[in-house]
Design a protein around this ligand. Structure first.
Ligand SMILES: *Cc1c(COP(=O)(O)O)cnc(C)c1O
Length: 425
């Protein structure tokens, strides 16, 4: 079956035809494409076309798809069974490895997704501080648990209103949503609430890549200390993508809790949260904050994560991704220097091209003023004419891997150039 017939039959079987909304390509006005293979920097659709991939499963693929070392390790591990539901040494191995690498990470708990990591970190922060409210920022995404699915009122700190049906008011009344990059609004939230935690993507990728202003993260650290709240860095996307380790390391600001996902499982369903021992020991069974998971610490997933991180360090993966990212950035900036209608943003191996006129983008409100129709045309041009897969939404980050090369960057830039010139016809 080809993508077209699959799109029709899947819609009768799975809501919207997909198991995660962005895959439906609704934001770019196209039909979803179906894929059945991914190797290196390429993903292959069911039609058998080789497509250069800048999505990389939304981030996990720092080494590209199906790296030989990970494939071998997983094959070997599978022979010994898929899951034990009991403690296994691999969980210690991955925990030890991550704690050795990440400053301030003394203990870690593995879960099965980023959503679980953030949801559990919030519960832990509440249990540790004995407080109920927490602050999140407009445009930051922290998974799909009820209390985190909140959009804010415009411009000011507001108690949240759910951005999804099916979330009763009671589930979001402790969520205070604050404009991104706005320290004084955050202070106001502290003065008016009983704040257990501040959660932030220290390098946001879920509104496209939008950098924090200088001093913003440190300002949050100071507010949390002043008011006795925990600072949570949701590094599910940016961890191992914006520095050798974390955004915390890149910016020199230490959170109380980290959330990880994506890279840490090397493409297997793994999330993790962790931090200071004193806080983590509040978790069951050593403490009173309940958290559990039948499949948590799954041996295949732990092995994939461990081998991915080992290869990440042994192959100097971050330096490679950052160098190729810098190359892309300088070429794109040259190309768009004379234009007012496009902005480019990159941090490490994450980047976004915004079809936005005027000033640089500082928050999700600015992203909302992008030319979405034009983005949709760009996406479809790149995919269908140039065989390059970009994230199908303006509110997303592109991702690089260590197997993306200068030649691949040139393909992107040539595609962009051609897109601009065919626009003028
Ligand atoms: C992807 C993501 C999540 C959610 O992770 P899932 O594995 O999709 O549940 C949470 N936070 C951030 C920053 C993410 O990018």
């Amino acid at each position: 079956m080809n993508s077209e017939t699959l799109a029709i039959s899947s819609k009768n079987l799975i809501p919207g035809g997909v198991n995660s909304p962005v895959r439906a390509f609704n934001a770019v006005g196209g039909q979803p494409m179906f894929f059945n293979k991914a190797v290196g920097p390429y993903i292959y659709n069911v039609e058998g076309e080789e497509i250069l991939d800048f999505v990389l499963s939304w981030g996990p693929g720092v080494l590209g798809h199906a790296p030989t070392r990970i494939v071998k390790a997983v094959q070997e591990e599978v022979e010994g069974g898929f899951c034990y539901g009991m403690a296994s040494p691999l969980e210690c191995d991955l925990a030890q490895y991550v704690c050795d690498k990440v400053d301030g990470l003394e203990m870690v708990r593995f879960v099965n997704s980023g959503t679980e990591a953030t949801m559990s970190a919030i519960r832990l922060a509440r249990g540790f501080t004995g407080k109920s409210d927490f602050v999140k920022f407009e445009g930051c995404y922290h998974g799909h648990s009820d209390g985190l699915l909140v959009k804010a009122g415009s411009g000011v700190a507001t108690f949240g209103e759910a951005s999804s049906a099916g979330v009763p008011e009671g589930y979001t009344k402790h969520t205070i949503s604050v404009p991104f990059n706005d320290l004084s609004a955050t202070r106001k939230a502290f003065e008016n609430g009983d704040i257990a935690a501040v959660i932030i993507e220290p390098v946001p990728g879920n509104m496209g890549v939008v950098p924090t202003k200088d001093g913003f993260l440190q300002g949050l650290r100071d507010l949390c200390d002043e008011f006795g709240a925990l600072l949570i860095f949701d590094e599910v996307m940016c961890g191992f993508r914006v520095s050798q380790t974390t955004a915390a390391h890149r910016y020199g600001v230490n959170p109380d809790l980290f959330c990880f996902g994506k890279v840490i499982g090397g493409g297997m369903p793994v999330g993790a949260f962790g931090g200071r021992k004193e806080v983590m020991e509040k978790l069951a069974p050593s403490g009173s904050v309940y958290q559990a998971g039948t499949l948590s610490g799954n041996p295949i997933a732990m092995r994939a994560g461990l081998e991915t991180l080992k290869e990440f360090y042994e192959s100097d993966c971050f330096a490679k991704m950052d160098a190729i990212g810098a190359k892309l950035e300088s070429t794109v900036r040259e190309l768009i220097a004379i234009r007012d209608d496009v902005k480019f943003s990159r941090i490490g191996s994450m980047f976004t091209l915004f079809f936005h006129s005027g000033d640089e983008i500082e928050n999700v409100e600015d992203v909302g003023k992008c030319d979405f129709d034009r983005f949709g045309r760009f996406f479809n041009f790149m995919l269908r004419e140039k065989k390059i897969l970009l994230p199908p939404s303006q509110y997303e980050s592109n991702f690089l891997s260590s197997v993306h090369t200068e030649e691949h960057m040139n393909r992107y830039v040539e595609g962009l150039k051609e897109f601009f010139s065919q626009e003028n016809k």
